[in-house]
Every structure is written in C-alpha cells, then in structure tokens.
Design a protein around this ligand. Structure first.
Ligand code: ZN
Length: 179
C-alpha cells in the first residue's frame, strides 16, 4: 500500500426549502454564495481545522437570537453546523461559519466535551452557562461569551473571516448557480 494523505473531510451543504422556495427566498442569493464559497474553497478551509470525515452545513433561518450552531451527535458520529443567512453583512456570515467550524474542531480534537450536561474543556470540568440563560441579562450573555471555547471560536471566527473576506466577495451576486 502506498502512503497517502489522510482522507480529506467531506462536506455536504443543505439550503433550507424555505430559502429555496418559501418565505425566506429573499436570502437565497446569500445562501447560494455561502454554498459556492464553501464548496470551491473546501480543500483549503478543511486543512485549517480538525474535522470529521463528513460535515453537514445547513443554511437555514434559526429561531431565537442565535445565528449559528455546531452539533455533535450523542455517539460522536455525526457533526453538523447551522448558519442563519439573515445577517446585515457578509462579514457576519463568514464570521459565523468560521466560529462554528472552530467548535467542530474543539469537539473532534476532544478539547471540548459534553458530559451529563457539563462541559469538559482541556480536561477540566467547567460549569456551563446555558444558552437560555443568555437572554436573562447582559451579565449572563457576557459569561456565555467568555467561556473559553466561545472566546476561542470568536477569535478564530474574526481572524479567518478577515482572511477569507475578499474570496467570499468574489462569490457574490451569482443568483442561480449552485455548485
Ligand atoms: Zn459559539
């Protein structure tokens, strides 16, 4: 057997039906832009993060005040991220994409784990600030944002979105084409 590079993480991008044909059609252009950007840059992006064999990206309106999610199934076998395309700037969308990819990296590398409702970060148990608590006060929101895995995702999201912004802009305005 010849040596080969480790298998590249595969990517699957899904755009919600409501964006394609329904109430959120106004966001179709940006959703297609995200799709095309991810697919055509995946070989580069996927080398920057520790990722599972298959990652699903869902572009869909998210209820409530969160604009993205990163999920790991209970068995740790399935990974997905969700991105809400209803943002005021393309930069915010890119920021969210790289923020959530950072969370997937944290899960896949084992730096962040969920155990019985608690979080283990770099091997230490850290009390988790629940998502629902962030709405109750600014203090809780700050606490949520300052959890180490969130601080890291925010930093990486900010840096990578800066880095890729010009490339992302090249994919703007291609209305129908979906790669
Ligand atoms: Zn986060």
């Amino acid at each position: 057997m010849k040596d080969c590079e480790p298998n590249q993480a595969r990517i699957k991008v899904e755009i919600a039906t409501s964006i394609d044909y329904g109430n959120y059609k106004a966001h179709k252009a940006i959703a297609v832009q995200i799709n095309n950007f991810i697919k055509l840059n995946w070989s580069k992006i996927s080398k920057e993060f520790k990722l599972p064999d298959l990652l699903t990206v869902k572009i869909r309106p998210i209820k409530g005040s969160f604009v993205g999610w990163a999920r790991q199934s209970a068995g740790g076998k399935q990974y997905s991220i969700e991105i809400d395309p209803r943002r005021s700037t393309p930069k915010q969308i890119l920021d969210t994409l790289f923020h959530e990819l950072t969370h997937i990296d944290q899960y896949v590398s084992g730096r962040l784990k969920h155990v019985n409702g608690a979080r283990i970060w770099l091997g230490s148990l850290v009390p988790e600030v629940k998502k629902y608590a962030v709405h109750s006060s600014q203090k809780n929101l700050d606490k949520y944002r300052n959890q180490p895995w969130e601080a890291e995702a925010r930093r990486v999201g900010g840096e990578k979105s800066e880095e890729y912004m010009a490339v992302f802009n090249q994919f703007a305005g291609v209305k129908g084409l979906r790669l």
